[in-house]
Design a protein around this ligand. Structure first.
Ligand code: AMP
Ligand code: MG
Length: 534
């Protein structure tokens, strides 16, 4: 079979794709998530061909794509209120909703289920093709089953050339991972697959949802799964991947000193590594990781790598979707350290100390960085360097630091403050490292690094996971005023000088939102603690 490459900018090419699809043939199309291998969703015979070309197990159902809400009527029996709300909020876009199907939808499309998965894509080309076809399109990822999904045209062509009559070259996919899948055919909405639309976004529209266990964990063999796709091998390159759920500093050591032949790391990290590295987006940035993940997996094989350690994405926001794909491509294999350092940070007055105390009660070892920086830093070599720069006026006649003298010069100009940090920073980090080592040697498994300026100091690189505590401004204001016995004005000054909540939350693995309810606070601490120690 000769595979025609279609140009989406030419109307006749879009019409040709529509005609093929209407006549029961296949065509690969771009969408905002990944490329899809499309067929008429209402034509059981055409749909069966998708399964054949992809080598996809026949009980793994397909998502049906529409180009207008009005097309829903022929696919689903009814649209409950919550589904309507989600459609209003996120369609067109990367969200798939599962509902009871009508008789018009063949069982070949739904893998024999009485429910159908529907999505209204945002990609203009996808919508134009659906319109041109005049029928809804079933379209799983346009790759051979089990391999990474294609997000660039070249990979679609590589996999499907000679197997399908046409492929549309629509450039790179914007999101980069498949759509979020949620079922509303159950009593409580349940997330079956994470994607570009995050659980947090969904919950802000319809309230609490369940997240299927299979999203973050390997299901036992033979276990019943809510979504057939969850049980199959997925996204696997030839290269074997092991997820290194460790701090960046430990990761650098692992790559440089172990027998692996490469790294799957975040952008900018490769310069610290002495082996070949493929990057997948930026650290703390799920969106950019999603965009790059599947191509990065392909590149591992293109470089001929056999064994790499991968950095571990955050299990929240879009990061959850990346984590979900990566654990599958790694065959659920993890490199697990003997001990873990967990960073704890957040805004002043947010309740960080309460959280810290609770963690201590739960058996975590605590390193209080505030305390650490107040003692034993401003002496010896560090003090010498400070005197060299700021002059001997910062010490008394015995050569001991006079804090208020140092503060007077160091905070006089921004440049001086910067210099102060430059000088003290390496000593503080060394001190933290040695505290961590001490705990590790004593056999501690879980160590909390309690640091208000965790990110600013770069101490996040020492952490395997990061918890941040944030809370409502009003609440913080009241807390600071009573804790430090200060006026509203000075409390406000302090709060306003702080970084925003987002500064903390976007870089964190766990976010505790403290709204003043102590029970709820303890509950979230316990939930996080349980997840961290697994
Ligand atoms: P893919 O076509 O590779 O994007 O996969 C579609 C995903 O949606 C698979 O994981 C399916 O198992 C899931 N899915 C589709 N339809 C249903 C359904 N009716 N019930 C549960 N899961 C479904
Ligand atoms: Mg797929």
């Amino acid at each position: 079979m000769i595979t025609r490459i279609l140009n989406p900018e030419r109307e006749e090419d879009i019409n040709y794709a529509g005609e093929l699809l209407r006549n029961g043939k296949l065509c690969a199309i771009p969408t905002e998530t990944v490329y899809g291998l499309a067929a008429n969703a209402l034509d059981g015979k055409a749909v069966k061909e998708i399964f054949e070309v992809k080598g996809r197990p026949s009980d793994n159902p397909l998502i049906v794509h529409i180009s207008d809400i009005s097309e829903l009527k022929c696919l689903v029996k009814e649209v409950p209120e919550k589904a309507k709300k989600l459609m209003e909020a996120f369609w067109p876009g990367p969200l798939t909703i599962i509902l009871p199907k009508t008789d018009l939808v063949p069982y070949a499309t739904t893998g024999n289920l009485d429910t159908v998965a529907v999505r209204f894509p945002e990609n203009e080309i996808a919508r134009a093709v659906i319109k041109a076809a005049g029928v809804p399109l079933a379209a799983p990822s346009a790759n051979i089953s089990g391999e990474p999904s294609p997000t660039e045209f070249k990979y679609v062509y590589e996999d499907l050339e000679g197997r399908v009559p046409a492929v549309i070259d629509g450039g790179d996919c914007a999101v980069g991972v498949e759509s979020t899948v949620i079922t509303l055919a159950t009593k409580k909405p349940r997330l079956l697959r994470p994607g570009g639309i995050t659980p947090e976004m969904i919950e802000s529209i319809i309230g609490e949802i369940d997240i299927d266990k299979a999203v973050t964990e390997q299901m036992q063999q033979g276990a019943k799964v809510s979504s057939p796709g969850m049980k199959y091998k997925h996204y696997s390159p030839d290269c074997s991947i092991i997820i290194a759920d460790i701090s960046f500093e430990d990761y650098v050591k692992l790559i440089n000193e172990s027998d692996c032949d490469g790294a799957l790391c975040f952008e900018g990290e490769e310069k610290f590594l002495n082996k070949k590295a493929v990057t997948f987006g930026k650290c703390y940035d799920g969106l950019s990781q999603a965009h790059r993940l599947f191509s990065a997996l392909k590149e591992l094989d293109e470089l001929g790598l056999k064994k790499v350690y991968a950095r571990c994405p955050q299990k929240r926001g879009v990061g959850l979707a990346v984590y979900n794909r990566l654990i599958r491509s790694a065959g659920y294999s993890f490199y697990r350290p003997e001990s873990k350092v967990i960073g704890l940070t957040g805004t002043t007055g947010s309740g960080k100390s309460t959280v810290c105390k609770e963690l201590k009660d739960l058996g975590f070892k605590i390193i209080d960085c505030d305390k650490l920086t107040k003692s034993g830093i401003y002496e010896g070599e560090c003090l010498k360097e400070l005197v060299n720069f700021f002059g001997s006026g910062i010490t008394d006649e015995n050569g001991v630091l006079v804090r208020k003298n140092l503060a007077a010069v160091a905070f006089k100009t921004n440049e001086n403050t910067k210099k102060l940090n430059e000088i003290t920073h390496p000593y503080i980090m060394a001190k933290i490292r040695s505290e961590i080592e001490k705990y590790k040697e004593s056999g501690a498994k879980f160590i909390i690094l309690d640091a208000p300026t965790l990110f600013e100091a770069g101490a996040d690189k020492l952490c395997c996971k990061i918890i941040s505590v944030v809370s409502d401004k009003e609440l913080r204001l009241r807390r600071i005023m009573s804790r430090d016995n200060i006026t509203k004005e000075s409390a406000l000054l302090r709060i306003n000088a702080q970084k925003s909540d987002e500064f903390y939350t976007e870089k964190s693995d766990y976010v505790i939102k403290n709204d003043g309810n102590v029970e709820a606070l303890f509950e979230s601490v316990q939930r996080i603690a349980a997840d961290v120690v697994r």
